[in-house]
Design a protein around this ligand. Sequence first.
Ligand code: NDP
Length: 467
Amino acid sequence: SKSEIGLIGLGTMGAMLSLNIAEKGFAISVFNRTTARTDEFHAEAGELAERITPCSTLEDLVASIAEPRAIILMVPAGAAVDQQIAALRPLLGKDDLIIDAGNANFRDTEARAAQAEADGVPFLGIGVSGGEEGARHGPSIMGGGRKEAWAQVSHILTAIAADYEGTACATWMGQGGAGHFVKAVHNGIEYADMQMIAEVYGIMRDGQGASAATCAGAFEEWNKGALQSYLIEISGKVAAATDAESGNAVLDIILDRAGQKGTGRWTVIEAQHLGAPVPVIEAAVAARNLSAMKSERERGEAMFGAAPVELASGALSRDDLEQALIAGKIMCYAQGFHLLNAASAEFEWDLPMPEIARVWREGCIIRSTMLNDMADALTAAPQDNLMFAPFFSELIERSAPALRKVVATAITHGLQVPALSAGLAYYDAMRTGRSTANMIQAQRDFFGAHSFERTDKDGAHHGPWGS
Ligand code: NDP
């Protein structure tokens, strides 16, 4: 009998996704550019091998899948996706669906969806989060494209997705590139969550002289409270790990140069296009870029001397740091959801805000208890800034003083807290009814005759600047 679905690209993610699909009871056909990998994968599939059909040509793959076919692409984003689509389409029927499940830039997905639309063939772009482990045992899935195309495969996607108390973490987000856009924002938030944790780790390590084991203790403690999340949990675990060879904390021997694949950067670029402020995410992306400038940083340290980062004992408590992280996290998500709302309006996606928070509750890297409260807040007021939801406004009132104390103390000691300070600045901006943009407007009118509005009269006005 024929397979219910096909998959191309048996790399890290594709292999794990295929095993997940087979384990959930679906017959799947797989193809990989390098055939040896296909055979190796099938040989290692154990008892799941009987539900997996290895194919050495695209023709075999297509012939082995029941119609209307659905084929998942799990190849690197960019040219490889276009190459695979171009190779596959001539072999497929009009109703056969191609699903790009890699980390595509949503603009590429929009273009591919438009092309598919013009050709009258179905196409989906789905964001899959949760890394290798998620792909194997239940990722978070953010779908985009035609709703009918999603309906064709949603029974498979919901079956393989992570489960949050009986709800599958797989949702159709909207037309075209909506799914990949939501995935990019997920990754932007992920960068920010990670950066804020790293900043607090820096305060403990450099400001308080804490060992990696002590930091691990703090993360373990925080993981029992409002910050309960996968990223806090693994931060505790990585801080607790010991290098078998040297006996040192693994964290202490890891080079301080962070990589990135670009999705955080896309989030920031799209936010700029949309005029949606996401300063916490911007700070996190910039911090990764700065981390890559290791030799320049060393040169700077030799030239200017390192900042005297040591804090007086008791200057910041563990509770202060926890509260600062809570406040920073709320600011970050308020910005992320604002960006999603702005994109939803601009691209006419009608993104399901509470559903986005719900699919992020399990399976993905940013999963956390707080997302459940965000889902509730967004159900009540999907378009409203998360800061204004009663649950979060109360949490902010309790935690913002600690954020200010932590940021102020860190800055006066040369400890870097760019993402936390961006969160604090956002909070202060968002509670300033009268900003200083009157000065900007006056300057713009002075040099460019751009005109300004007045507080006391309607209409456009010019200043008495003379000529
Ligand atoms: P890998 O590098 O592990 O695997 C890439 C796969 O794509 C291989 O099977 C490779 O085949 C195939 N491939 C590469 N180039 C081409 C091409 N031009 N034509 C056909 N096949 C090609 O990648 P991952 O599994 O890590 O990532 C796949 C996608 O999933 C990417 O878009 C990635 O961003 C995304 N993703 C990855 C996550 C992760 O944690 N790794 C998490 C979420 C999404 P061959 O064996 O012949 O080289």
